[in-house]
Design a protein around this ligand. Structure first.
Ligand code: BDR
Ligand code: CA
Length: 314
């Protein structure tokens, strides 16, 4: 079976990091490029973090692209309160030395979708600016998108950056609107599902116990990252949002959901970036999205453990 071609669009972020490390350990996936966007921290840091992660994974030749430094319309909002000043607080990782790809991320997405011989899956796990800009630059690329499997949105769970909105959609709601109306098949992993699969301290320690550079760095990242959600929600363990996108590609049977019409709020400051989900089909608007609402949490963490466990002792 041919590896499935994907592009990971990301703003690392500790949970982005686990998504990237999981994908890079999965031969079923051909990571054509990692495209960086401003989100959790400013662009210069998300680019640096992506390169550090590729080097940690032993993949310094993985192409990494610099994308958009701000949302399409609004001012950038970042999340250092969650991810720390660097975006990847926790481990001490060496300064990256690998080269960056020359092309801009938006041009890379456009060129890849124009030219790749088979449809490409887009995996956005940050604000949707790069993906929307690519669609605006050349709307015909939508024809060669197999699926957009994204992390973003919140409906039943409520928001995490405002009472109404999830961070990735809130940061660039105009980009999210562009993506959700583009016509490509969309699979949305929102807070509704990521909050059903919480990390435990035991799981983090099992990753540390792998004893590899990847295992130890991942555990250090996750221990830092988890403390924010534990304090916020009073739970024993926080959600690990972005890796759900990769786990879905590897084992879609772990997930369940419903095809629904999703719209993005761009008009009201109070509910900016809210994903309105027509769960009961009260509008007759055509479904544009598979809204994931169920997950086998044990299966999700099994997939991550198994993939992170593939990295060698160094
Ligand atoms: C999303 O926001 C970011 O902070 C995380 O990396 C994730 O992509 C969760 O709301
Ligand atoms: Ca992210």
């Amino acid at each position: 079976m041919n590896a499935r071609p994907i592009i990971i669009d990301t703003d690392p972020g500790q949970d982005d990091a686990i998504a990237i490390l999981t994908a890079l350990a999965s031969p079923e996936l051909d990571v054509l490029g990692i495209t960086c966007v401003a989100g959790n921290v400013p662009l210069a840091l998300t680019v640096k973090n992506a390169r550090m992660l590729c080097e940690l994974a032993g993949k310094p030749d993985q192409p990494v692209y610099v994308g958009c430094s701000r949302p399409m319309v609004r001012t950038l909002v970042t999340a250092e309160h969650v991810h720390g000043k660097t975006g990847l607080d926790g481990p001490e990782l060496p300064e990256p030395t690998m080269a960056l790809a020359d092309e801009h991320a938006v041009d890379f997405i456009v060129d890849t979708l124009r030219n790749h011989p088979e449809p490409v899956t887009l995996c956005p796990v940050g604000p949707l600016t790069n993906i929307a800009m690519a669609i605006v630059k050349d709307p015909s690329i939508v024809e060669n998108i197999r699926e957009i499997v994204l992390m973003g949105g919140a409906w039943k769970e409520g928001g995490n950056i405002t009472p109404a909105a999830e961070f990735n959609i809130y940061v660039d709601p105009h980009a999210a609107h562009t993506v959700f109306t583009c016509g490509a098949p969309i699979v949305a992993h929102s807070l509704d599902v990521t909050h059903l699969a919480l990390m435990t301290d035991e799981w983090i320690e099992s990753i540390r116990a792998l004893g590899t550079a990847v295992g130890v760095a991942s555990a250090e990242m996750l221990a830092f990252y988890e403390r924010f959600d534990e304090e916020k929600y009073g739970s024993n363990g926080g959600p690990l949002h972005d890796p759900n996108v990769i786990a879905y590609l590897l084992e879609p049977e772990l997930y369940s959901g419903k095809h629904v019409a999703v719209t993005i709020e761009t008009g009201s400051e109070q509910t900016m970036g809210q994903t309105t989900v027509d769960w009961w089909n009260v509008t007759d608007v055509e479904a544009n999205c598979l809204w994931i609402s169920g997950v086998d949490a044990d299966g999700f963490y099994r997939v991550l453990s198994e993939r992170l466990g593939r990295y060698p002792l160094t």
